[in-house]
Design a binder for this molecule. Structure first.
Ligand code: DC
Length: 217
């Protein structure tokens, strides 16, 4: 029997707030399925990083759009881009519609490669890949996310104050959820996965179950 487009091009869209576990989930699913993965947060971080490095302002949409258009997805370096300050700057860059449009083209190009892909971010199921056959919205309480983020920073040898991280998590949620363009929202047909009380392996098994159910349809 001939394969349908959905079978040959399995796009998995994963959204959720910062430190919800969506990145780990996306990496594990991509590995499990043998398809490439794009953390779209890194694309916003890369634009912010380039602006900071060049001493350019974070609020000039023309300049930020130009940087976004030149972005090469092959050069995203998680180690450099994961710094907390770059995340804060990325959240400001991400409110600019023309930056989002420029990055959207690159993100869609990645999603539509033959064989499919896993993408994670804030608006994958709603804007980037609204037709993705599998959409997951991974979430957890702000307190659980702040605890995970704090532990992660400390385990890497850094110092972090839980109360400060919690305040940052809440501030970032507010900015990401209330912006006019592509706010953080579950797609209507997204499966909700609350990882507040789940370890990553249990959450991953639930996600695999959802993917398998869609594939079997
Ligand atoms: O997930 P992250 O912390 O790497 O994301 C950095 C910022 O980029 C975050 O504030 C929200 C924004 N972002 C976005 O607006 N849309 C996406 N698809 C991914 C990230």
């Amino acid at each position: 029997m001939q394969k349908t487009k959905e079978e040959t091009q399995m796009i998995i869209a994963i959204d959720g707030p910062a430190a919800s576990g969506k990145g780990t989930m996306a990496r594990k699913l991509a590995q499990h399925l043998g398809v490439p993965h794009l953390d779209t947060g890194l694309t916003f971080r890369a634009v912010a990083h380039a602006l900071l490095e060049a001493g350019l302002p974070l609020d000039d949409e023309n300049v930020a759009e130009e940087v976004a258009r030149k972005l090469d997805l092959g050069t995203l370096d998680r180690d450099v881009l994961s710094a907390h300050a770059i995340g804060e700057a990325a959240s400001k860059v991400a409110v600019m519609p023309r930056v989002r449009t420029a990055l959207l083209e690159a993100q869609r190009g990645f999603a539509n490669q033959p064989g499919g892909a896993v993408l994670d971010g804030r608006d994958i199921g709603t804007v980037v890949c609204p037709d993705a056959p599998v959409k997951l919205f991974v979430t957890a309480s702000p307190e659980v996310r702040a605890r995970r983020r704090t532990d992660e920073i400390v385990s890497r040898g850094g110092t972090a104050d839980y109360e400060q991280v919690l305040a940052d998590v809440k501030k970032r949620d507010e900015r990401d959820s209330t912006r006019a363009v592509a706010p953080l929202l579950p797609a209507e047909d997204a499966h909700l996965l609350d990882t507040s009380k789940l370890d990553i392996e249990s959450a991953f098994q639930q996600a695999v179950g959802i993917v398998e159910a869609v594939k079997a349809r």
